[in-house]
Ligand binder design. Structure first.
Ligand code: PHE
Length: 366
């Protein structure tokens, strides 16, 4: 049997000298590859006598194992060195700005609508919706404003050209109050809901846009009175503005669909050029601001919506969502709400993860 020692020593030396993984692999092929010298040596076993083979086989296998171990060890060493070199050459500059975060934010109006739903859900209200393209019966007639009623003129209505002579006139709803009618017709009484959504009036300046948002509130049950309305609004505003010193003033007013009707004012003070809700409106440095209309649902409205006014009473309110959003989050131009300027949105918008919850505070995050 030929002595493999010189070949083995030469191979081990070459393995030790291999400067790269490629060079190392060449050595592996030269020794252990199909035509490598170790493999060829193993093939000679077949031509040996059993006695010779008994001596030669373990010797060749030992050489093979020694070479394989040397290759494995060298491979691990080369890989470790490569990683070291990579770590040494790559640097991380911690003074660089953080990578861009996902873009997009929740509009304050959407955020406030979520806050409304959260607060009123806690008071047992559900959320209702209705169409923005409404017919004249739901928007006016059923709300006790028949065709000749002067209150219709106050609404600056966008009408659609008549579709068919016998169809009701279609319009863009001027308030969320038609949802009162639709909900009562569908569900009957008792009922407890809010209906946030878009409304439209032909009006435009710094505090009016042709499209804006309202939230309607409606409670119909037995023995409902104005005290329930005031408590509900007070409780809502305390939760919404997250302060206890909210003072409401109910001012006698007129809406065809409520009797009696009251306008809701809240006490506020000026801090810098920002209005801050809180305190009594007649106190030093304070004033009152109107937030919306409300009142006891007119019995004619209950009748038209199919609810028996001798059995049930109700209160309703309508608040401007944009206005309470401006008050809470300190914007002063309503038109900017609907410009779609990404700079405005990134400043006033909310992260998608800022879900309003009563336990975490319905608006503390921003
Ligand atoms: N719909 C009235 C408006 O838009 C507000 C309102 C709602 C008043 C409900 C009373 C009751 O001005």
């Amino acid at each position: 049997m030929t002595d493999l020692t010189p070949q083995k020593d030469a191979a081990l030396a070459a393995i030790a000298d291999a400067a790269s993984l490629e060079a190392l692999d060449e050595q592996r092929v030269a020794a252990l590859g199909k035509k490598g010298w170790v493999s060829l040596a193993l093939k000679t076993l077949g031509g040996m006598s059993p006695d010779e083979r008994q001596v030669a086989a373990p010797a060749i296998q030992a050489v093979r194992a020694e070479i394989a171990d040397a290759i494995d060890a060298k491979k691990a060493a080369l890989e470790a060195a490569e990683l070291e070199a990579q770590l040494a050459s790559e640097t991380l500059d911690l003074t660089l700005p953080a990578p861009a975060t996902p873009q997009g934010s929740v509009h304050p109006v959407s955020q406030v609508m979520d806050e409304l739903a959260e607060i009123f859900a806690d008071l047992g209200f559900s959320v209702a919706t209705g169409p923005e393209i409404e017919d004249d019966w739901h928007n006016f007639t059923a709300l006790n404003m028949d065709e000749s009623h002067p209150a219709r003129a106050m609404h600056d209505t966008f009408y659609f050209p008549d579709a068919a002579p016998d169809s009701g006139k279609m319009l863009l709803r001027t308030h969320t109050s038609p949802v009162q009618i639709r909900s009562m017709k569908e569900q009957g009484a008792p009922i407890r809901l809010i209906a946030p959504g878009r409304v439209y009036r032909s009006d435009s300046d710094a505090t009016h846009t042709p499209m804006f948002h309202q939230v309607e509130g409606l409670v119909v049950d037995r023995d409902i009175h104005l005290g329930h309305l005031k408590w509900t609004l007070e409780t809502f505003f305390k939760a919404f503005f997250e302060r206890e010193d909210i003072t409401l003033r109910l001012r006698p007013s007129y809406f065809p669909f409520t009797e009696p009707s009251v306008e809701v004012d809240v006490g506020y003070s000026n801090e810098g050029n920002r209005r801050v809700v809180g305190g009594h409106g007649d106190a030093e440095g304070h004033d009152w601001m109107e937030l919306g209309g409300s009142g006891m649902v007119n019995r004619r409205v209950l009748e038209m919506a199919g609810v028996d006014p001798d059995e049930y009473q109700g209160f309703a309110f309508g608040l401007g969502i944009d206005r309470i959003a401006m008050l809470k989050y300190g914007m002063n131009d309503l038109r900017a709400f609907f410009d779609g300027d990404p700079r405005w949105l990134s400043h006033y918008g909310f992260a998608a993860v800022d879900q309003p919850t009563l336990s975490a505070g319905v608006g503390a995050a921003s």
